[in-house]
Ligand binder design. Structure first.
Ligand code: SAH
Length: 216
């Protein structure tokens, strides 16, 4: 086994399983995706460490546990169509590609969208569709989605996401102020009726756009 594969296995045991993630599909996906390929070469040796890492443009790839917790919260079985907002490095999109049928991911920063697309293609995740735009509008042409995952912190829940969520589907989104948020899961019970659960405290970079924060 390569050093990276050993580090990956240790990451899954010590950071993911030890903290209560039990969905075997999520655990399996985290064992498979080469996280070190989604960060710059100089940071590859830290790719499996228990913290977020910079990916350029003042953005970050989330801590492995947060990726696992958000992925598990979507409760995917494998046949779903999902939307991610905040492609960043492309790592979370790669995990979603192993958990769902179709993956659509939106990024607002051109350099990140370009690199995520390249790294996903080079590592066998070319089924992920990446679009460069303000993701606070969702991806209307592809809706409805059984799962929507927002990987940037929102001031409130944009109505576009509730509209584009399939009945029975789940939206996982950090909501709060610019510096800290609560990860929420919104389950669409029927048109016009949702259940909202608070999952955990988290810190994401801001969701910037028409239905998010203004840029700094
Ligand atoms: N999921 C990523 C990490 C995301 S960091 C990964 O696995 O690496 C948050 C990302 O959200 C940043 O890349 C940021 O540019 C992006 N973002 C912020 N607001 C956005 C918006 N309105 N639409 C699309 N992307 C947005």
């Amino acid at each position: 086994m390569s050093d990276f594969a050993i580090a990956r296995r240790r990451m899954v045991e010590k950071q993911v399983q030890a903290r209560g993630i039990t969905d075997v599909r999520v655990i399996d996906a985290m064992l498979k995706v080469p996280r070190h390929k989604f960060v710059e070469a100089a940071l590859a040796s830290q790719a499996y460490s228990d913290y977020p890492l910079p990916i350029g443009e003042r953005q970050t790839i989330s801590q492995p546990y947060i990726v696992a917790a958000m992925s598990e919260a979507l409760q995917l079985k494998g046949d779903e169509k999902v939307l991610e907002v905040g492609s960043g490095s492309g790592y979370q999109a790669a995990i979603l590609a192993l958990l769902a049928d179709q993956v659509f991911s939106v990024e607002r920063i051109p350099a990140l969208a370009r690199r995520a697309r390249l790294v996903l293609n080079q590592n066998g995740f070319s089924k992920v569709n990446i679009r460069l735009t303000d993701g606070t509008y969702g991806w209307e042409e592809e809706a409805p989605f059984e799962g929507i995952l927002i990987t940037a912190g929102a001031p409130e829940i944009p109505d576009s996401y509730i509209k584009q969520l399939a009945v029975g589907g789940r939206l996982v989104i950090p909501v709060g102020d610019r510096g800290s948020q609560i990860l929420k899961r919104v389950t669409k019970l029927s048109e016009g009726d949702c259940r909202v659960e608070n999952l955990l405290d988290c810190r994401f970079v801001p969701l910037i756009g028409a239905k998010g924060w203004e840029s700094e």
